[in-house]
Write a protein that binds this ligand. Structure first.
Ligand code: GLN
Length: 253
C-alpha cells in the first residue's frame, strides 16, 4: 500500500482559523483512495531526534506574532535538516505565520525582527500601526497540475511580504502578499507558502490532490489520483465565488 509520511510542525502553536484541518483533509483524501498516512507531530525541542528527510510532507500552519517569536530559535536549530529535506524533494506546505518564518525575516508590528530560516529570498515587515492588517476573503488564480485554478481562502495578516520570486497566484479578490498586491504566496514544485487560511485544503481540493500526488511520486512523474466525489466541495466553491462575483469560469474547471 502507498504511504504518505507527514511531519506537522508546532501543531500546538501554529494553528489559526482551523489550519490543522489541512492535515485532516490530506488524511481523508488519502484514506478514500487506500493510501496510508502517518502524521508525526513536532513540538519545541524535538529537532535533534527528528530526521526531516524521512518525510514526504512538512507542514506549518499560521500563528500570531507571539507564538512566532517563541518558536523562532527552535525552528532555526532545525535549519540545515529542513534545508536538506527540501533539497531532496520533501514537499513543504506553509500557511501565513509559517510562510513568513521560512523567508529571510519577519519584522513584527513592535519592530522586533524575528530571523527566518532563509530557505527563500522573501522577507516580511508588519506595519507598526497594529490596525493595518489584510483581513477578509481572498481568491487567487494559480496554475496547478497544468491547469488554471481559483484558490479560495481567508487572510488575516499584518505582515507584508516582499521580494517573492515565484508567487503562488495572482490576486482576483483580497490583498495577498501586501496591501493591494497583485500576487499571493510563494510557489515551487515542492513548496506552497500562502496567506490563505480556510483551511486552505478543504476549500481547494485540487491543491490537496496536487500535494498528495507530488508526495507519492517525490518529484518523478506526477501520479494521477483516483478522482473523488467532490460535488459538495464544488458547490461550496460556487457559493463563495458567486458571492465575490467571480463565478465566471468555475464550472469549466
Ligand atoms: N503574525 C503574523 C501576521 O500578523 C501571521 C498571522 C497569521 O498567521 N495569520 O502577519
Amino acid at each position: 500500500m502507498a504511504k504518505l509520511r507527514i511531519l506537522h510542525m508546532y501543531p500546538d502553536m501554529l494553528d489559526l482559523y482551523g489550519d490543522s484541518g489541512n492535515m485532516e483533509i490530506i488524511s481523508y483524501r488519502c484514506k478514500k483512495r487506500g493510501i496510508d498516512v502517518s502524521i508525526d507531530k513536532y513540538s519545541l525541542g524535538q529537532g535533534s531526534s527528528t530526521d526531516f528527510t524521512s518525510y514526504d510532507l512538512i507542514y506549518l500552519g499560521g500563528g500570531a506574532d507571539f507564538e512566532q517569536q517563541l518558536l523562532a530559535d527552535d525552528l532555526l536549530s532545525c535549519r540545515d535538516n529542513i534545508m536538506e529535506a527540501y533539497k531532496k524533494g520533501t514537499f513543504i506546505l506553509m500557511i501565513c505565520g509559517g510562510y513568513q518564518l521560512m523567508g529571510q525575516y519577519y519584522k513584527d508590528s513592535n519592530g522586533k525582527k524575528i530571523p527566518g530560516l532563509g530557505l527563500f529570498d522573501y522577507y516580511t515587515v508588519a506595519s507598526t500601526d497594529k490596525s493595518k492588517r489584510c483581513i477578509g476573503n481572498i481568491v487567487i488564480e494559480t496554475e496547478i497540475g497544468g491547469e488554471k485554478y481559483k484558490v479560495i481562502g481567508f487572510e488575516n495578516h499584518g505582515g507584508m511580504t516582499e521580494n517573492v520570486a515565484s508567487p503562488f497566484g495572482t490576486v482576483l479578490f483580497g490583498n495577498g502578499n501586501s496591501f493591494g498586491s497583485k500576487s499571493e504566496g510563494y510557489f515551487e514544485k515542492n513548496v506552497i507558502a500562502t496567506y490563505l487560511h480556510g483551511p486552505l485544503l478543504s476549500k481547494n481540493p485540487k491543491v490537496s490532490d496536487y500535494i498528495i500526488s507530488y508526495c507519492l511520486s517525490r518529484g518523478g512523474n506526477i501520479r494521477p489520483l483516483e478522482p473523488l466525489n467532490d460535488t459538495l466541495e464544488e458547490k461550496c466553491r460556487e457559493v463563495m465565488l458567486e458571492r465575490l462575483a467571480l463565478l465566471g469560469s468555475v464550472k469549466s474547471e
